[in-house]
Design a protein around this ligand. Structure first.
Ligand code: LMR
Length: 396
């Protein structure tokens, strides 16, 4: 029964992690998967999380199942982070949230929900995008349409073509938007552009789906939610897949959330009961540890303030590395202008390196990046930046 099965290609992002692990050259540098690294090249545990874990360990007295939608305090705090404390969608009880297995898990719930319970024919995805978006919607059999997002010449948002392409999105179509820190380009719409998109979406009757995996990594928790909150004000219905992998550093605990906003409380409750049926079939109910830690931090003013400060530290370190990277490339004689890297948001930079140049970086210098040219700026440290810039200048 199995003999005919062909090997699957390695995942373009997670496959890199496996290859990096197997790499024997000690000078190796990993700029692949989107994981934060500190100045020492470590992915630290957030101190506020460590403290929350101590408290949890002391008071936990059962390993009983969670409910299908997970920890209710976690879900309430998630909504406040997404929409703002006391936002209308919250006070009107139009938002319902289910704890999920990371942002990917939330996206998969969204895809199943869209397929089974809406009339959506198409999902519109930016080009480029995170490759798993295509895979997730292919898995449930929804037609994928693409809207242009990135202008290679100007290294900026391809706004006119984005609008031209989305003009073809029909009523009921899903439009997938990156809440902030667009993956892989690091380029986000301006506040005015978000407002234009939200208006266009409401007029046309699209179903917006926000992938919000990097809240806090562009400019701050509140600032980064501008796009989502602008849409929430304009729409009766929308979906959000959010993640705590990056901003809480809880990568391997798989903590995310699926949030549904409906026209009123009654509709939200009915739709959410279907979401719970979907989750029951996928994995029954989520695990407790990571989401308990998040809920503990967010419920405690001091821990929350510490977390926000740690998040700012991560964000600022990445920004500093962007500036240093660009400066050093110049110093080392790169003739291309890389100033655009300073403007990009979040962990990633769409460097403009070609797949062949990325291959050379790996083969000749043990530097790992995604073949699209995406590099994880958070992987750059004082210790590796010199060798990295030398290598890039050589392959350019
Ligand atoms: C990434 O894009 O590197 C991250 O979102 C990790 C992943 O799951 O791909």
């Amino acid at each position: 029964l199995f003999n005919h099965i062909q090997a699957a290609p390695a995942d373009p992002i997670l496959g890199l992690g496996e290859a990096f692990k197997a790499e024997l050259r000690p000078e190796k540098i990993n700029l692949g998967i989107g994981v934060y690294k500190d100045a020492n090249g470590q992915t630290p545990i957030v101190q506020a999380v460590k403290e929350a874990e101590k408290r949890l360990l002391a008071k936990e007295n059962t390993k009983n199942y969670l409910t299908i939608d997970g920890i209710s305090e976690f879900n309430i705090h998630t909504q406040a982070l997404l929409f703002g404390e006391n936002a209308q969608v919250i006070t009107q009880k139009r938002a319902k949230t289910a704890q999920s297995l990371g942002g990917t898990g939330a996206l998969r719930i969204a895809a199943e929900f869209i397929k089974r319970h809406t009339t959506a024919q198409n999902v519109w995805i930016s080009t480029p995008t995170w490759p798993n978006h295509n895979a997730i919607f292919n898995a449930v059999g929804i037609t994928i349409k693409e809207y242009r997002y990135y202008n290679k010449e100007t290294k900026s948002l391809d706004w006119n073509n984005l609008i031209a392409d989305l003009a073809h999105a029909e009523k009921g179509d899903v439009v997938l938007l990156h809440g902030c820190c667009h993956n892989p380009t690091g380029i986000d719409p301006t506040p005015e552009q978000w407002e234009t998109l939200a208006k266009m979406s409401a007029e046309k009757g699209w179903l917006p789906l926000f992938d919000f995996a990097y809240q806090g990594f562009a400019n701050g928790l509140e600032e980064d939610a501008f796009g989502l909150r602008t849409f929430a004000k304009n729409h009766t219905e929308l979906l959000v897949a959010s993640s705590f992998s990056k901003n809480f550093g809880l990568y391997n605990e798989r903590v995310g959330a699926f949030t549904l906003v409906a026209e009123n409380e009654n509709v939200a409750n009915n739709a959410f009961s279907q979401v719970k049926s979907i989750i029951r079939v996928l994995y029954s109910n989520p695990s407790s540890h990571g989401a308990s830690a998040v809920a503990t931090v967010l419920a405690d003013n001091e821990l929350k303030a510490n977390w926000i400060a740690e998040l700012a530290e991560m964000r600022n370190r990445i920004k500093q590395m962007r500036a240093k990277f660009v400066e050093l490339l110049k110093q080392k004689g790169a003739t291309q202008n890389f100033d655009f890297i300073i403007e990009q948001n979040g962990m990633f930079s769409f460097s403009g390196l070609t797949p062949e140049q990325v291959d050379r970086l790996r083969d000749e210098f043990a530097i790992y990046a995604v073949r699209s040219g995406r590099i994880n700026v958070a992987g750059i440290t004082e210790a590796n930046i010199n060798a990295l810039c030398d290598a890039i200048v050589k392959v350019l």
